[in-house]
Design a protein around this ligand. Structure first.
Ligand SMILES: *Cc1c(COP(=O)(O)O)cnc(C)c1O
Length: 368
């Protein structure tokens, strides 16, 4: 019998009856969207869970990020990473900004703060780092640099739901942080996202921006977009938040299992836990050094594919190499990001993945 196929991820779903119970009220109230009662309820639950001061919910993470950029009125150049999902770079370009790519650290794959200051010019208005794979950026150093040069900081925290630094919610750092609640993320609302921030004065502008810029029944004060989270999305979030700790615990078991099987293999490395950080086990990225390991990352991908196991070259290529940006950026400007992008593979990881499958995945990877 052929072993079953293993996807790279699979969304967590609450028991169907719970979701039905949660959406039932929608038939009574007739409120399907526009910041209804379920939206308000989820807002409260997330402020508590994420340990943040303020949160604004959105229909997805990407539009949330664009609204954060507009709210802070960024201009000119923004220091950011090319080792990320398309959304981070696209949001900057779509908002008329110029991304200036800074290299990443080989230790945690987040922005290398020692290379940041050299890239700052009089046109720089902000830093947009990514807590990639839920690994936290050097938030202290980034804060120092931002203060020194008068820059804003927007964190792409799409991967970092529930992550904490010394007990403090990751969404407390920088001016604004963006979370994604897409179906593939640790916590989801089908599609969805949020911005968290400490300065309550952003609240009003964000509420307007995500609702066409409408400020009152008879006036529209800015050219806003439509990025509201609807009640069905909020209901999914309310159900999923009940199981989030359980989901993260299941992910931890799987990651521990991967680490056990892949420990001490020459030419194969993975990230170590960060000190003082409560992680969410969002991804399990593995780096293959072909000279030591004897196989390239691409050969490992092919071997897994033959066994119907899907792993993702996440993040390859770098966003600076997308054909939509052809001729605009030099991959050589970020050699560490290029090195890692060429060798990285994220292995299957989701709560329902069973430990025998983890063993099978590791066996295929290690087969010579
Ligand atoms: C998922 C993701 C986004 C975009 O979030 P959506 O909710 O899918 O719009 C942005 N940045 C990163 C790093 C992501 O992984």
């Amino acid at each position: 019998m052929k072993p079953r196929s293993i996807p790279v991820t699979s969304p967590s779903l609450p028991p169907l009856e719970e979701y039905i119970a949660e959406i039932k009220s929608i038939w009574d109230t007739g409120l399907l969207t526009n910041m209804g009662p379920l939206h308000q309820k989820l807002t409260g639950l997330l402020v508590d869970y994420l340990n943040v001061k303020n949160i604004s919910l959105f229909t997805n993470g990407h539009l949330a990020l664009e609204c954060a950029i507009e709210t802070l009125q960024l201009t000119g150049e923004v220091i950011t990473t090319p080792f990320t999902f398309a959304s981070t770079t696209h949001a900057l370009i779509r908002q008329g900004l110029t991304p200036v790519f800074c290299d990443i650290s080989p230790m945690d794959f987040t922005l290398d703060t020692s290379k940041m200051e050299a890239l700052i010019t009089e046109k720089t208005s902000a830093i947009v780092p990514v807590h990639v794979y839920g690994q936290v950026c050097n938030v202290e150093k980034i804060d120092q640099i931002a203060k020194k040069y008068g820059l804003k900081v927007i964190y792409d925290a799409a991967h970092a739901f529930g992550v904490k630094i010394n007990g403090q919610g990751i969404g407390r750092f920088g001016d604004i942080s963006m979370f994604s609640f897409h179906a593939t993320k640790v916590f989801h609302t089908i599609e969805g996202g949020a911005l968290t921030f400490s300065d309550s004065s952003y609240e009003e502008r964000l509420s307007r921006l995500k609702n066409f810029g409408i400020s009152s029944p008879e006036d529209v004060t800015e050219v806003g977009t439509n990025a509201k989270m609807n009640e069905f999305q909020a209901a999914m979030g309310i159900c999923n938040i009940r199981y989030i700790d359980h989901q993260i615990a299941l992910r931890k078991k799987i990651v521990d299992c991967y680490r056990e099987y892949l420990d001490g293999i020459r030419g194969l490395s993975y990230l170590s836990p960060q000190k003082g950080v409560t992680t969410n086990y969002a991804y399990f990225p593995v780096l293959f050094d072909e000279k030591e390991f004897g196989k390239t990352r691409n050969e490992v991908v092919e071997a897994l594919k033959k066994e119907d196991i899907l792993a993702r070259k996440y993040f390859y290529p770098l966003t600076s190499r997308f054909s939509c940006y052809e001729g605009r950026y030099q991959e050589e400007a970020t050699p560490v990001a290029k090195y890692i992008g060429d060798r990285i593979l994220t292995l299957p990881l989701f709560g329902a993945l069973n430990l025998n499958d983890v063993k099978r995945i590791c066996q295929v990877i290690l087969e010579r």
